[in-house]
Design a protein around this ligand. Structure first.
Ligand SMILES: [Zn+2]
Length: 233
């Protein structure tokens, strides 16, 4: 069967988002992209994570969304994953959860500013909160237009999605992405932790902020051409 490695990895990451405490009931899904093969693989809709097996993972054409492999219906959020994967070429993994603290920011309609180096190590500045969709957008194609609104927001704000690999959607919940499904999972975990820390930080000091030069230092020592954090291969 084709796409076995991708389906195994997407299955594993879907189980990991539950183990990481990011998912209640079935409120979450992960996908993975193989750009050479032109496919996106995603969790099927409404299937228990315990029962999920690699063969349940649905494989779709990245370009058209046509189902290529799998007998189950893909996650209802599939059009959002597809659109983000099409428009953000460095996102080969996407994770959507309703993790409590990040979702609280979404429900409050608030972006998540960078308050410390934990955030700066993963996100190069504020994680934006994308506007709620209009009635027409929801009626017409809710999940697809969710992706459209996210991409529009990154373009308008001039944010590189490879440098801020997550978003908060107003009234809904977060999406995170990364170069691999495992990286997307890591970014979803970090986003939740940064949101939790921000809530506590603001309780202690509502005016807290991280100086820009420290934000720059922490992000750029781990990412980009001048990165030097970690071990050389
Ligand atoms: Zn959702």
């Amino acid at each position: 069967m084709a796409h076995d490695a991708l389906k195994r990895e997407v299955c594993r990451v879907n189980k990991e988002i539950v183990k990481a405490g990011l998912v209640t009931l079935t409120w979450g899904n992960a996908s993975g992209v193989d750009r050479d093969a032109g496919v996106l693989a995603i969790k099927p809709s409404g299937v228990d994570y315990d029962q999920l097996a690699p063969d349940d993972i649905v494989v779709l054409s990245l370009a058209s969304g046509e189902i290529l492999e799998g007998t189950l219906k893909p996650s209802s959020d599939t059009p959002t994953h597809l659109y983000l994967a099409q428009k953000f070429p460095e996102s080969n993994g996407i994770v959507h959860t309703h993790s409590t603290c990040a979702t609280s920011f979404c429900q409050a309609g608030m972006k998540l500013p960078c308050l410390g180096t934990t955030h700066a190590d993963h996100f190069f500045g504020t994680v934006p909160c994308v506007r709620a969709l209009t009635e027409d957008e929801v009626r017409e194609a809710y999940e697809h237009n969710t992706g459209v609104a996210i991409v529009e927001a990154f373009e308008e704000l001039g944010i590189d999605p490879a440098q801020v690999p997550a978003v908060l959607q107003n009234g809904h919940a977060p999406f995170a992405w990364g170069a691999t499904p495992a990286k997307a999972l890591e970014n979803a975990i970090v986003l939740e932790e940064c949101a939790r820390m921000a809530l506590m930080t603001w309780q202690l000091n509502p005016k807290a902020e991280l100086p820009r030069h420290i934000l720059d230092k922490h992000f750029l020592r781990k990412h980009g051409p001048g990165a030097y954090y970690g071990q050389k291969n």
